[in-house]
Ligand binder design. Structure first.
Ligand code: HEM
Length: 117
């Protein structure tokens, strides 16, 4: 059970790596677009995060305020990606720069809270 939990934590971190990595790749290439990969990474973070939010194996102590804050950030990030992607599809232009920066900041903030809190 312990090993399974650790594997789910690994997948949870891979989800973050995919979202932030896809964002960083767009920023480095100066394309400033939202991509499907960012959505997939976020979905992986959400599904694995929900699985980890259940107290298993028995006796594990979880920091629920921290989990709630990360869930809130993830939902806002999902909204930002959704809004930006819709606008991108409609106009064919990259997302507004503020929205693009917000996505990266939210992603790193969630990871920072996970590791530092
Ligand atoms: C973009 C959003 C998120 C990021 C970047 C993120 C990042 C991380 C990272 C790096 C860890 C490993 C470090 C640690 O154990 O503290 C972690 C653990 C964890 N995350 Fe997240 N997370 C996110 C969203 C969520 C959500 C939405 C939930 C639940 C609804 C969640 C639940 C958990 C739990 C329960 C752990 C602890 C695992 C354990 O110690 O057994 N996370 N998260």
């Amino acid at each position: 059970m312990e090993l399974l939990r650790n594997v789910v934590v690994l997948l949870h971190i891979v989800g973050f790596a995919i979202t932030f990595g896809a964002w960083a790749a767009e920023a480095a290439a100066r394309r400033f677009r939202f991509t499907r990969l960012m959505d997939y990474g976020l979905l992986l973070s959400l599904l694995t995060g929900l699985a980890l939010a259940a107290p298993w194996p028995a006796g594990i102590d979880l920091n629920y305020p921290k989990i709630a804050v990360k869930l809130a950030i993830l939902l806002v990030l999902g909204g930002v990606l959704g809004m930006g992607s819709a606008r991108q599809r409609r106009t064919g232009e990259p997302v507004p720069r503020a929205l693009f920066v917000a996505a990266g900041v939210l992603s790193v903030t969630a990871a920072g809270i996970a590791v530092i809190w």
